[in-house]
Design a protein around this ligand. Structure first.
Ligand code: GDP
Ligand code: MG
Length: 175
């Protein structure tokens, strides 16, 4: 008998308009939706395979509109892993990632949580404000996975969630 899917809860966080909904919907429904309601927080489920094990992912696409509502305490309750998203076309959205992670660590009272840091909109190379080197430096500083993606051109979306599952597994193995 194959092992039953492991339920894992993921929260997608980041500044407004970086593409949180677009990449979530691309991942779950394999389509690109322009102008998804920016203020609506939704949950999605998807079963994926990672290293021969199935995972039943519950993905919470958050919709906070300012620094204070982006991450609530409730977002960290029962959460296994975090996708922290910025847009490579917005330096401010990159800076906000540090604030978001600090808040998560504050809520969880730990010094490490499973995170994939995602630089979305990598199809917009001409509008780039954040370099790949800066992404790598922050990912290494956090000791987490990091990747550039595009929900629009369907680049590295599945890979980003797969990296996050691997991060979640690290914690499962350690405990
Ligand atoms: P959210 O507020 O973080 O959920 O952002 P949305 O998913 O609503 O996306 C905000 C805007 O950016 C929309 O106009 C999307 O069509 C656009 N967008 C999202 N992801 C991408 C991407 O990978 N490339 C490009 N070019 N546009 C994107
Ligand atoms: Mg959204």
């Amino acid at each position: 008998m194959p092992a039953p899917p492991k339920p894992r809860k993921i929260v997608v966080l980041g500044a407004p308009a970086v593409g949180k909904s677009s990449l979530t919907i691309r991942f779950v429904e394999d389509k690109f939706v322009d102008n998804y309601y920016p203020t609506i927080e939704s949950s999605y489920t998807k079963v994926v395979k990672h290293k021969n094990q199935e995972y039943a992912l519950e993905i919470n696409d958050t919709a906070g509109q300012d620094e204070f509502s982006i991450l609530n305490n409730k977002h960290s309750i029962g959460t296994h892993g975090y996708a922290i998203v910025y847009s490579i076309t917005s330096r401010d959205s990159f800076y906000l990632c540090e604030t978001i992670r600090d808040k998560i660590l504050n809520y969880t009272g730990t010094d490490w949580v499973p995170i994939v840091l995602i630089g979305n909109k990598c199809d917009l190379e001409g509008q780039r404000q954040v370099t790949k080197e800066e992404l790598a430096a922050l990912g290494q500083k956090w000791n987490c996975s990091y990747i550039e993606s595009s929900a629009f051109s369907n680049t590295n979306i599945g890979k980003a969630f797969d990296l996050l599952i691997a991060e979640i597994e690290k914690l499962d193995k350690a405990s």
